[in-house]
Structures are given as C-alpha cells and as structure tokens.
Design a protein around this ligand. Structure first.
Ligand SMILES: [Zn+2]
Length: 432
C-alpha cells in the first residue's frame, strides 16, 4: 500500500527522489514450480520528507508477502561479520565496563552470532528475533533468545519482568520496521535510566554519494541520516550521543543514543558535515536519480559489449541488493549464466524477476565464466579471496558501484575485511 504520510513525523509533503519502477520482492526466491506463474510486483520508490528529513520508500508491502522467505539466513555464515561483531562487543565491554551484573539486549539477534561474545564473558544477555530457525539455533548454542517482533509491547513485557538493559544493540534493523515510532518507543521503555542503545545501519549519505541504489528494496523502508533520526529519537525522549562511520555494507553508521543529551565531537562534526551538504533539503537529492540512470547505462553497456564478444557472465550473491540491481538492469532472462551463492538453502532456486538460477560457488570453478558481476560488492574482499582459484584461472570480477569497474585476475585486493572497493584499474582496462 502506498503511503501518504511520513512514517516518522506524519508530514504529508513527501517528495519522490528516485523511482525504480515496479519490482518483485527482492528476497522472494522462486522454486522451479513457481516459474510458470507471474510474480507479484510493487512500486519501488524513495521519498524525502521535508518536515523531518527522513528518506523512506513510498510503498509498504504487507509483511505476509514481504517476509514469505522460505529459507533461513544465518548471520554466522559470514566470517567477516563474525569478526566485526567480536570487535564491537570487545569495545562495548571496555567502554561501559560491562560485567556479570550487566544486562545486554539485542534486537534482531539472528542466530546469536553477536551475543555469544557476551555469553562467553559471563555477561547476561537476551536476544529477540522474529525468525524461528535462527532463534532455535541461538538457544541451542546457549544464547538466550525469544521469538518475537520488537516494539513497545515486547519492551513493556520485558520491563515488567525487571529485564531493563544497560546496553541495547540493534544492527541492520532500524531501516526495516514500518511502525518506527513504536519501535523506538520500545528502546526508550527497556533502557535503564543510565542505559545506552547502539544502532548500526547503512548510511544514506554514503548511499547517495556512492550511487548505491541497489541497497534500496521493499524491506528497507528507511534510509537514515543523522538529520532524519534526530527528531525521531527526540520524540521518544532519546538523544543522539555519539557516532562512528564504518566501512561495512558500503558505508554504515554506528550510532549511540541515550536519555543524556551529551554529544561527542564526532557527532557534532558529522552533523555539521550533513548540514553543510544540505541533506535536510530536497535539493541535495536532485541529481541522485540521474546518476543512478547513468550508472545503469554504463553497466549495461559494459555487460552487453562483453556478451557480444561471446564472453560468458555469471553473478555472485543472490542477496536482496542483487535483485534490485539485476531487475533494474533488466537485461532479460538467460543473460547471466547463473548466480553463485554460499547459502545452501538457496541452491536450485531462482532470483526473482530476472529468474537467474542459483548455484553453489564451486560452479564458478566448474564453468569458469569470463566475468562475475559481484552483486554483493559489500563483501568484495571476502568473496574475491574465497574465489582465488577462479581468479587465478583468468576469471574477472565486475564491481557495479559506485561506477562499474573490472577487476582483472591479477589485481590486488584490499585486505580490509569489508573491502568496499578493491584496488582496481579504471573502467576500460580489461582482462586479457
Ligand atoms: Zn517526516
């Protein structure tokens, strides 16, 4: 259903800044038996609210359609994410002097990949997640986790049981919840008076500046900046205290909020940076749509010209952002040979829309296509290191954003865990 009002402030003057057309649900992979049926598609457009500066998609797809996900996602399957989480926990424990009497709550805790670091230290914790497979796995591995959607009701229940939190963690979830006021109210209710909440989410400024339009899909209802989040948290008695920019997922923020109004120098600096750019004004977003169209044009030109030379092209990563990218490219079914993905639950299924068959990553070595379009460019370093053999045999990767570039077999890969951009030659330099 299309929205008429801003989900945060209720403002009724939403301005569309990017329209990606009608798109299937990015995570709705198709089984063989579904290929003969038409897919449901919904408008995919992002709007800016001039009243509160929040970016959001204009359509709310009903949850029973949006989350009809027939495969589980286990966070533990990414070594890079595990390392990132362990380091985060270590920093939190030191900063807030957490010990046996502390209590940590994580929202959208998945299979307990992050909380297990607290369990190992003897620090009390609780995970909350709506996906039953990962919740069962978390409990089996000794990470106490409840199966629920987080919001004010869930927070009220826990608070009435005395389970107030010193630290609350919410990674990659604050963009996903339609009733965002109810969600934030839950944090305000469950935090101890001195408690802090730490959020990680993709940073909309990075998305706009680096043209990462493929991070837009129906599940991502919001695209956050400090300016867009400030009025939302203030409405619930919470203040932004500190912020850190992270390279993960193409550019993220780690934001600390609490009932105290103290502001770090880093927060003031980034807030001032946003203000200077004008992220709270619609004019800042004026050329975004044009840059996205231009990127699509150059990426399509590159792929079509290589295909015309008889080159074979596969993809890597049947993730949601990949669906946005290939469906917006719209090169037609059968253009890509297949898409490799490490999640065994996806093998044998098809990506929505373009219906690209999903295979085990070993298929890259077996078939040795000339190019792999890296749909999960946010894990570029990890994927290309895992695919060292494919590369040694002459395979090239194509990184689609911020501008398409070919990574030839011999190119060095940045050693950072979340290499956003490898050390690459400019577009036009091709693998032999
Ligand atoms: Zn608003």
């Amino acid at each position: 259903m299309g929205i008429a009002n801003c989900r945060s402030c209720g403002g009724n003057d939403l301005r569309v800044i990017l329209d990606l057309g009608s798109q299937p649900i990015a995570n709705a992979l198709l089984g063989e038996e579904e290929l003969s049926r038409p897919e449901a598609k919904f408008p995919l457009a992002v709007a800016f609210c001039p009243a509160c500066a929040l970016l959001q998609v204009t359509e709310t797809v009903p949850p029973d359609i949006l989350y009809r996900r027939d495969y589980p996602y286990f966070s533990s399957s990414s070594p890079a994410l595990l390392k990132h989480s362990a380091e985060h926990v270590e920093a939190l424990v030191a900063k807030y002097e957490l010990g046996p009497r502390s209590f940590v709550v994580e929202v959208a805790s998945n299979d307990g990949y992050l909380l297990r670091n607290f369990v190992e230290r003897g620090i009390g914790c609780l995970g909350i997640d709506p996906a039953d497979g990962p919740v069962a796995r978390a409990n089996d591995s000794g990470v106490p986790t409840i199966h629920d959607f987080f919001g004010s009701q869930c927070a009220e229940k826990l608070a009435s049981e005395g389970k107030l939190a010193d630290v609350m963690i919410a990674n990659n979830v604050v963009a996903h919840v339609d009733d965002i006021n109810n969600f934030v109210a839950g944090f305000a209710r469950l935090l101890k008076p001195t408690g802090v909440a730490v959020f990680e989410f993709a940073y909309a400024l990075d998305m706009v500046e680096r043209c990462e339009f493929d991070t837009i899909y129906h599940e991502h209802l919001f695209y956050h900046t400090l300016h867009g989040l400030t009025p939302l948290f203030r409405r619930h008695g919470l203040y932004l205290n500190d912020v850190e920019r992270l390279p993960i997922h193409g550019g993220s923020l780690r934001l600390t909020v609490s009932r105290k109004s103290t502001r770090s120098a880093e927060l003031d600096a980034l807030f001032a940076h946003e203000a200077a750019l004008g992220v709270d004004k619609v004019s800042f977003y004026n050329d975004f749509a044009e840059r996205v169209r231009s990127l699509r044009g150059s990426l399509a030109d590159l792929l079509l010209s290589e295909k015309a030379k008889g080159k074979r092209i596969a993809c890597y990563g049947a993730a949601a952002k990949g669906a946005t990218l290939v469906n917006y490219l719209d090169l037609g079914e059968n253009f890509f040979e297949f898409v490799a993905d490490a999640n065994p639950y996806k093998h044998g299924k098809y990506m929505p829309g373009q219906r690209i068959p999903i295979r085990h990553p070993d298929q890259l070595m077996a078939d040795q296509p000339d190019y792999v379009l890296l749909l999960v460019w946010n894990f570029a370093g990890e994927v290309m290191r895992q695919q060292a053999t494919y590369r040694e045999r002459g395979g090239s990767f194509i990184i689609p954003v911020p501008e398409p570039c070919v990574v030839p077999p011999g190119a060095l890969i940045d050693e950072t865990q979340f290499a956003i951009f490898p050390t690459h030659p400019p577009l036009g330099s091709r693998a032999p």
